[in-house]
Write a protein that binds this ligand. Sequence first.
Ligand code: GLU
Ligand code: ZN
Length: 504
Amino acid sequence: MTGSTVTGTDSGVRVRFPPSPTGDPHVGMVRSALFNYAFARHYGGTFVFRIEDTDAARNTEASYAALLDTMRWMGLDWDEGPEVGGQYGPYRQSERSEIYADVAKRLKTGGYAYDCYCTAAELEAARERATAEKRTPGYEGTCRNLSAEQIEKYKAEGRTSVLRFRMPDKPLAWNDLVRGEITFAPENVPDYVLVRADGSPLYTLVNPVDDGLMRITHVLRGEDLLSSTPRQIPLHEALIELGLTDRVPEFGHLPYVMGEGNKKLSKRDPEAAFSYYPKRGFLPEGLLNYLALLGWSLGDDQEIFTKAELIGAFDGTRISANPARFDLKKCEAINATHLRLLAPEDLAKRILPYLAEAGLLKGDAPEGHLANDQEWNTLLATIPLIQERMVVLSDALGMVGFLFVSEDAFTVDEADAAKVLTPDAVPVLQAALAALDTLPTWTSTSIDEALRAALIDGLGLKPKVAFTAIRVAVTGRRVSPPLFESLELLGRERTLSRLRAALP
Ligand code: GLU
Ligand code: ZN
């Protein structure tokens, strides 16, 4: 940020995250939520979660629920908002209609807004005229000072009216917390509609009104909203003059998030959907770390950090004005790093839901647990074998699924089988069966020794050839955790039965 800074720990900072519950939450939105959250927590301030659901036609209850789930999954707890309440509630705009009607009335009575009776056809004609005369099109203030007679006449004609905000005739400037001094010329910001003819309030009214009434001190939001700021500042000033709030918030506009080919990350990009991340098994820690880097840096090239470190450092400086590039590969690498930092039990616990979802657990676990003792112990024993190789939690399925799948459901990958389980593999599998059948102890070391003696020394095979055949027969794939440890965990009986099943 280049603008003013915040001082003190109990600074009275109040920030907000005000999504509209339409469609699936996307990562750009979560980035905004995260920046506001980290800013609030850094200054010991208040994080307000507000639902902007005035557009009844587009809002869905499913999207609202997904928003709350998203925030909870990310660990972005809010101090005021849905299900939590707070002194400036309600926090769903659909429950605040009376407030908006009242503010609209005061704005009109105070002369800050006026009824506009222009028809769509008249506005369109004005727009065409402006374009033809090479002027910037926009509302020309036609109804700014209508006489009582004129209004009566319009009403008699059956015209309806919208409520328009009367923009002041002065340059509109603010010191953007991210982008520095920004100025709009008044002719570029015409009077705009606050309330529709049917009385329903628009975003243009409800968003700044709520920011004002909820005493928001800092508005950190995406750059796509930059052009609404010059309209909103005079509305805040009007609210102050009306005694409804006490300050204009500071504004900071977060840089665009770019996807492939230098285009803005769009809802069509699969990695733009937030739901992609929990589904694949990203960790909240990993996604939070990556999203924080979209337009911010901790400095000193430190790319890996925890939520606590983010909060400690997020003072509002070092937010970049340059577009941020969304890079899934980097997101994965950061996630993998966080995954390696987990304690083994913690990682195992987080893998369980993916095994359960894939139907790989027996379902006979005691109340509240996903895995029974045996499944849990098996999983825990695999962690040292897989933790370094995983990028996301669902990777565990391919790596250790063969240990959990029942024998009648076990299958070998077809392509791998075609390549590896050829007639040449038959003597290998037979020799392995013979060697393992009579092995006195079943440990990775004894399995290792027995297979080497039988296949490398006995048959004179190269280790890669010999062990790949066994790996495919027993784990079902050419890539698996270390072989001998895998066989130990699988147990003798299941190992032998899979070797037999692989024979023609
Ligand atoms: N409901 C608006 C949106 O989701 C909020 C914009 C803002 O942060 O002011 O785009
Ligand atoms: Zn008009």
